[in-house]
Each structure stands twice: as C-alpha cells, then as structure tokens.
Design a protein around this ligand. Sequence first.
Ligand code: 5GP
Length: 201
Amino acid sequence: MKRGFLLVVSGPSGVGKGTVLHDLMNTQKNLVYSVSATTRNKREGEIDGISYFFIDKNDFEKMIENDEFLEYAHVHNNYYGTPKHFVEKKIEEGKIVILEIDVQGAMNIKRNTDNGVFVFLAPPSLKELKNRIVKRGTESVEDIKIRMNNAIGELKYIDEYDYLVVNDHLNSAINSVNEIINAEKHKVSRSNYNFKEESEI
Ligand code: 5GP
C-alpha cells in the first residue's frame, strides 16, 4: 500500500489553524488529525481526546521518558506533544496525517523525517492577529502578551516551510491548503504507478 505523509501546519496562536483544518477534514478524503497531548488547561468548549489529550505535567514527563512522542515542545509555558503511535500507524495505512504544531515541533519533524509537507499559516498583520485573539476571549491579558511575543518569533521561521498561506479570507485560505494537498498527492515521488510494457497496444 502507498504510504501516507505528514501535513505539518504551523502559525501563530489565533491565526485560524483550527478553523481551516476543521473544514479540510470535512472535504478531503484520507485526512486524519493527530490529537496532541498538552499540560495546558482546557478552554471552554474543548473536549478531552478530541481537541487535545489534557494530561498533567507528571504524566507528560513519563511519556517523554517512555519515548512516546514523535516530537514535543514547551510552548507558552506548557508542554505540547505529538503521540507517536497513532501517527506511525496512520502513515502506514496511507493516510495524510495533520500535525497542527508550533515551529519548534515542526523543525524537529523536519530534521527527523523526509515525509513531511510544511505549511505556514500567517495572519494578514500582527494587528489583525491580536484582534482575533482578543475576540476569541479565552486568554488573559498576560497570556495575550505571551502569545503576541511568540507570534513574532514564529513568523521568523516562515522560510523553513514549503508553503505559505495568508489567512486573510477564510475560504481562500482553505482553498489554498486544499490545492497544496492535491498537488502533494500527485507528486511522482509518492506514486506507485507502474505500467507494463507488454500491455495491449
Ligand atoms: P493552543 O494552546 O493555542 O491550543 O496552542 C498553542 C500552540 O501549541 C500552537 O502553536 C499549536 O500549534 C501548538 N501545538 C499544539 N499541539 C502541539 C504539539 O503536539 N506539538 C507542538 N510542538 N506544538 C503543538
């Protein structure tokens, strides 16, 4: 069976990664979302096992010791990590596995695999990004400051990615990521197409 690949999507907190990816999951066949583990508090509306696996610091550190993460990082004063087993299984099944992770995690994956497609989702401006985070209403003033500082750091990594999508208008951002996935699916290097010379001509 043809192996799948990793679709690594990064971008500052509040840029709309969740919304774009949620829509893609409904339209693209063969996509699966890798649910990360985190030590951060659950936000209103988030569901354990769907949004994240919400675990405490001790359990997270045990998982690190047991080598259960494909990658993990310390982001905004919390741990976030990608459980390895699920991703490896789905790639073997031929799925496209979405990793919605920060730039540190993405760079780790880039160093350790040649099977990743790296997409950076950027805001049209920092001002607009701040508006979106404030509007979401889930972060304290202190947290918003941390996230805005982080955003500036993350934007410096754009050159390390394969594709840049600016999330100015939601539908056009979704279309762009769709096009990227379609193009990547058709890469010759991913194909197992085989023609037989003796076929009836
Ligand atoms: P949030 O707290 O807003 O859900 O996520 C904060 C940041 O952590 C986002 O940039 C998000 O992409 C990143 N993140 C979520 N899961 C993971 C993960 O498993 N690994 C890494 N490295 N970053 C993650």
